[in-house]
Write a protein that binds this ligand. Structure first.
Ligand SMILES: [Mg+2]
Length: 380
């Protein structure tokens, strides 16, 4: 079951903007009008990067979005269903890999909408799972009582009956695995406090353990071994069935994990699993991306002393550049005006023509071709 979303846009206070570094200078190929009323959302996997390797001449394409002083010519952000690390760290990684300064406010990850739930769960016990640093992500959002699923499971003897056969797992009983003790959630009594919500922040690493422990939490009202009719809230950062990573063909994504968990849960529990999925193609994600691009645009104009501060117009076009018709193109189409979808052939989609079910407004080979099209279209 998928719930409708009624979340508010992310608070503007989150968008701490600063000018792009003036130490980076790039050549201006096209001269855009300052009040250009367009913005760009780039997918990352299969468009900008494959694993950690830039593809489609993405560094060159991104450099063309800055003027000679290193300032943004038009607002852009990265809109990905990936995650597992805080936005500020991902921004640093992207800056290093792509050779341009990316601000944390230009990075929207699959789990970024979780920050909207802070009022609801700030002081409640929550469990989070996924690759990377999911507990650090949630702590950075302000959640006070966060445990990774790995940490949580370590409090329950034999909760994973095959753990002893997992040679890659180090036994860390009752140990906060990566955070300092000062960052530990305050006053958590894991064996008596009920888990109020579970978050899948990024692709789970140990599907078997995670499905077992999640079923324990979700069927017991938040306290394994107990009984309760009430299912704790369950949130997924995304619902991608497949995505393009470093391997030659697509890999199973969070949507595949959701199907596995839901299938098992619905076989062992009378009531069907209830959950909320964020991430593209959810229209909410595109609405928020538009709001963030608007603030980037406002910041860009306020940094320009010669700009007309009153010339604030609605975006004429918002470009979504992605490789997955079912996620990027479907999302842009559902979001409607002013979104314009551009599909690249560097990831999930590889066909010669357009996609039959979710045709994009434009199909190109690479992200560089997409940026070239946008710059020509917007400067004409
Ligand atoms: Mg992709």
């Amino acid at each position: 079951m998928r719930f409708g979303l009624n979340n508010q846009p992310w608070p503007l206070s989150w968008l701490r903007l600063r000018p792009a570094s003036s130490t980076r200078c790039f050549s201006l190929v096209h001269s855009l009008p300052l009040q250009s009323s367009c913005g760009i959302a780039f997918d990352i996997d299969g468009v900008i990067l494959r694993g950690r390797t830039p593809i489609g001449n993405s560094p060159s394409a991104l450099r063309r979005l800055y003027d000679d002083s290193g300032n943004l010519k038009l607002p852009f952000l990265f809109l990905t269903n990936g995650g597992g690390i805080p936005e500020c760290k991902r921004a640093s990684e992207l800056s290093e890999l792509l050779g341009v300064e990316i601000l944390p406010s230009q990075v929207v990850l699959g789990h970024s909408p979780f920050r909207n739930l802070i009022k609801r769960f700030e002081n409640e016990l929550i469990v989070v799972t996924g690759k990377g640093e999911p507990a650090e992500v949630m702590s950075a959002y302000g959640f006070k009582k966060v445990l990774s699923l790995e940490e949580y499971a370590s409090y329950f003897d034999d909760i994973d009956p095959v753990a002893q056969f997992k040679r890659w797992t180090k036994t860390t009983k009752h140990l906060n695995l990566s955070r300092n003790s000062s960052e530990l959630a305050p006053q958590i009594d894991v064996l008596s406090d009920r888990v109020k919500a579970v978050f899948i922040a990024s692709d789970p690493v140990d599907w078997g353990r995670d499905i077992q422990v999640l079923c324990d939490i979700l069927t017991s009202g938040g306290l394994p071994g107990k009984e309760s009719e009430h299912q704790p809230h369950l949130y997924f950062a995304a619902d991608d069935l497949e995505y393009q990573a470093a391997f030659s063909c697509e890999r199973l994504g969070m949507g595949a994990f959701r199907i596995a968990l839901e299938s098992v849960f619905n076989r062992i529990h009378l009531k069907p699993l209830e959950y909320t999925s964020f991430g593209k193609p959810n229209p909410f994600v595109f609405q928020n991306a538009g709001a963030i691009l608007r603030n980037l645009q406002l910041s860009r104009q306020s940094n320009d002393l010669s700009g007309d501060k009153d010339a604030i117009h609605a975006f004429r076009t918002l470009y979504m550049i992605g490789d997955n018709p079912f996620v990027d193109v479907k999302g842009a189409r559902q979001a409607g005006h002013p979104w314009f979808s551009i599909l690249t052939r560097t990831g999930v989609f590889k066909e010669r023509g357009n996609h039959a079910e979710f045709p994009a407004d434009l199909v190109v080979d690479t992200v560089e071709e997409a940026v070239d099209f946008i710059l020509k279209r917007e400067s004409s």
